[in-house]
Design a protein around this ligand. Sequence first.
Ligand SMILES: Nc1ncnc2c1ncn2[C@@H]1O[C@H](COP(=O)(O)OP(=O)(O)OP(=O)(O)O)[C@@H](O)[C@H]1O
Ligand SMILES: [Mg+2]
Length: 268
Amino acid sequence: MAESKQTGMSRVIAIANQKGGAGKTTVAVNLAVAIGETGQRTLLVDVDPQADATTMLGIDPAQHKHTIYDVFTGGCEVPGATARQAAPGVDLLIGTERMSDVEVTLAGQMMRERYLADALAEQIADYDVVLIDCPPNLGLLTINALVAAHEVLVVLSMIDRNAYKGAMALLQTTSELRRKGVDTTLAGILRNNVDRSRQTYRALNDALAAHPELPLLHAEVPMRAEFQNALTAGQPLLVRNPDHIGAQALRDAAAELFDPPTAQRKAA
Ligand SMILES: Nc1ncnc2c1ncn2[C@@H]1O[C@H](COP(=O)(O)OP(=O)(O)OP(=O)(O)O)[C@@H](O)[C@H]1O
Ligand SMILES: [Mg+2]
C-alpha cells in the first residue's frame, strides 16, 4: 500500500479526466462501495461543483448543516461535513454547487493548490482509502485534488474518440506537478463504457497498447443502462443491483488497485 503524505495510513486517490461524462463519478461512487465491501474504511470526497457523487448517493446538501464548502472556507473540519455511511462502508464529504464560488476565490489566494491537502491532513487517519471525485476540467479544484492525492485513477470512456487526448492532457499535468515536487503517481487507467463491438473501442485500445508503460487495468466497466437507472434511483449500482455485471467489474477494478497479487491470480 502506498504511503500517505498526510497520515502514513490512508491511500488517497483522485479520480480524474478533464473530459466530461467519462464516468468519473459513476466509477468513484461504485468503486468506493466496492472498497467498503472489503471492510476497508472509505471516504469519498466530492470536490466537483456539480455535486454528482453526492446526488448519486441520494444526499441533498441542503439538508446538511455543513458541506465541503465549509471545509474550504474554514467553517468546519472534515468530520463536520461528512455524511456517515452514505452507502454501506462509505462516508461522504458532502459536495455542493457552492464549490464553484470556492474555485473563484481560491484563484486569488496563497497556497491555493494545497487547500484540500491541508484540510484532509490529520482528519483522515480513520480511513484506509480516500477517493476524490474531480470536476471535468484541470482547474484549481482538480489541482487541489491531485495535490491532496498520492495517486490518480484515470477513467477513459471507450465510446469517446477524443478520450485519449483528455487522458494525455491529465497525465501531462500530473508530470508537471511532479516536476514541482508534488508526489503524484498514476494508479491506473480504467476503461469505462466498454462495448467491444465498437470500432472506437478497438481504436482506443490500439492507442493504449502503443504505451505499455501505462498501468492499464485488466478490469473493464461495460456500457450498461443499469448504471443510468441506478443514478436516477439515487443509489450506486453495487447497492441497487449487486450481482450486475457492471457491479462485478467495479469489484474487479478495486481488487486490482488494492490487492494486486490476488487480482493477478484471478486474471491468470
Ligand atoms: N458504464 C456505463 N454504462 C452506461 N452508462 C454509463 C456508464 N458510466 C457512466 N454512465 C452514464 O454516463 C453519464 C456520465 O457519467 P458520470 O456522471 O459518471 O461521468 P463524469 O465523468 O463524472 O461526468 P462529469 O465530467 O460531468 O463529472 C451518466 O448518465 C452515467 O449514468
Ligand atoms: Mg462527475
